[in-house]
Design a protein around this ligand. Structure first.
Ligand SMILES: C[S@@+](CC[C@H](N)C(=O)[O-])C[C@H]1O[C@@H](n2cnc3c(N)ncnc32)[C@H](O)[C@@H]1O
Length: 104
């Protein structure tokens, strides 16, 4: 999603904790001449407040993550998750391919 967004000209940053996958992302960026950026790290320690759109692909989306996003993101920001919805939030849309959209 990060690289697809970059293709549309949207400044995009991916955060990946696994060093192997992080390096793979850098290779993909180079190979595709993408403008996407990737950081190696733990998103729990990052302030996500600069983002207008957050895309999440995690096996579990928790109440703790809802709290972090609600605290840091601007009102009107979009949060998209793939395959797993949030436990308490009501999505504004769910696609057939299981992309859940939430507007804060
Ligand atoms: C379902 S996989 C998605 C893999 C890949 N990013 C993609 O979009 O196809 C979830 C990824 O989230 C990463 N991850 C899990 N917890 C994280 C955290 N706290 N900070 C950054 N990345 C994390 C895992 O290392 C794993 O690569």
């Amino acid at each position: 999603m990060v690289m697809e967004a970059a293709k549309l000209g949207i400044p995009s940053l991916g955060i990946e904790i696994n060093p192997f996958l992080y390096l793979l992302s850098l290779l993909k960026v180079k190979f595709c001449s993408s403008k996407a950026k990737f950081e190696w790290g733990n998103f729990w320690g990052k302030d996500l407040g600069q983002a207008d759109i957050i895309t999440i692909y995690l096996p579990i989306t928790s109440k703790r993550l809802e709290t972090k996003l609600k605290k840091e993101l601007k009102r009107g920001s979009l949060v998209l998750t793939y395959q797993t919805g949030f436990p308490n939030w009501k999505p504004t849309n769910i696609t057939k391919s299981s992309i859940f959209t939430y507007q804060l």
